[in-house]
Design a protein around this ligand. Sequence first.
Ligand code: C2E
Ligand code: MG
Ligand code: MG
Ligand code: MG
Length: 288
Amino acid sequence: RAKSAGGNRFELADPEADARAITRHGLTTALPTALERGEFFIEYQPLVHLGDGSVRGAEALVRWLHPQHGVLGPDRFIPLAEHTGLIVPLGRWVLEQSVRQAREWRELHGGVGAVGPLRINVNLSPCQLTHPGLVQDTVDILERTGVEPDALCLEVTESALIGANDDLLKPLRRLAEMGVDIALDDFGTGYSNLANLRRLPVSVLKLDRSFTQSMQQFPADPVDLKIVEGIVSLAHSLDLAVTVEGVETGAQAEQLRLLGCDTAQGWYYARPGPPERLHELALADATG
Ligand code: C2E
Ligand code: MG
Ligand code: MG
Ligand code: MG
């Protein structure tokens, strides 16, 4: 549209780029009403204990059922929501929904099996970290739902905390003191400052999918093996648990288990899905 308005008839239009720009613009303006209209929904992907294969919890992953474009993944709209500030109410909605879901699972599975109640992981964007309401919103949601803080893990990307000053870390510290777990997501993709880890109120490292991918070959690349081995031993010496992302094959799972990783997540176990699916998986493992 900008091109025809400019009247340059000789410039070749790139219809795909135009469509992308319009979609981007369209999506951005549709975001606030999408939240009001209830077009967002959450899929849950199981977190599995590598030692015994039991389901320990799930990560909440938001999706948008757009009336024209169908289901959109978070990579399509989270950056737009961050840009416009909608991420704050959207993130709060995801948190509340997910914690409610966790309570439902805990009611369904309370005392079932040896594994204990299911936990819930929720992603936080950097904008939510700097929003002054984060701690209070989280406390309110936990109180309203009657879920214990230690059932919740908030995932923050490593890059969001790079160079973080104390002001940025303060809300995370408060949450950690309450018993909420903080996970460092996509670990190993940024300029991991390992010494910096001690300063952060985190209790879980989520090793990025790129490491898992390099475990595809068996035996895996020896340098990558050494790196993962080093990260795991450092993490454990700092009392951090290690979760691995993007496990797609049994060989990867086995390799990562041998390397001492604690928990895994990936298509090998289950794709993200509706909450009933997680319930079934957890139940299967409690009874089977
Ligand atoms: P993430 O937190 O690192 O989540 C893991 C991503 O890996 C998810 O993509 C998941 O579907 C995908 N995944 C899981 N297992 C496998 C596997 O075995 N193979 C492959 N190839 N991929 C796998 P998804 O759902 O598209 O989410 C992308 C990112 O969007 C998330 O990355 C997270 O950073 C962000 N995100 C999702 N939900 C939320 C949310 O509620 N709030 C915020 N702020 N960000 C979110
Ligand atoms: Mg995550
Ligand atoms: Mg991740
Ligand atoms: Mg990732």
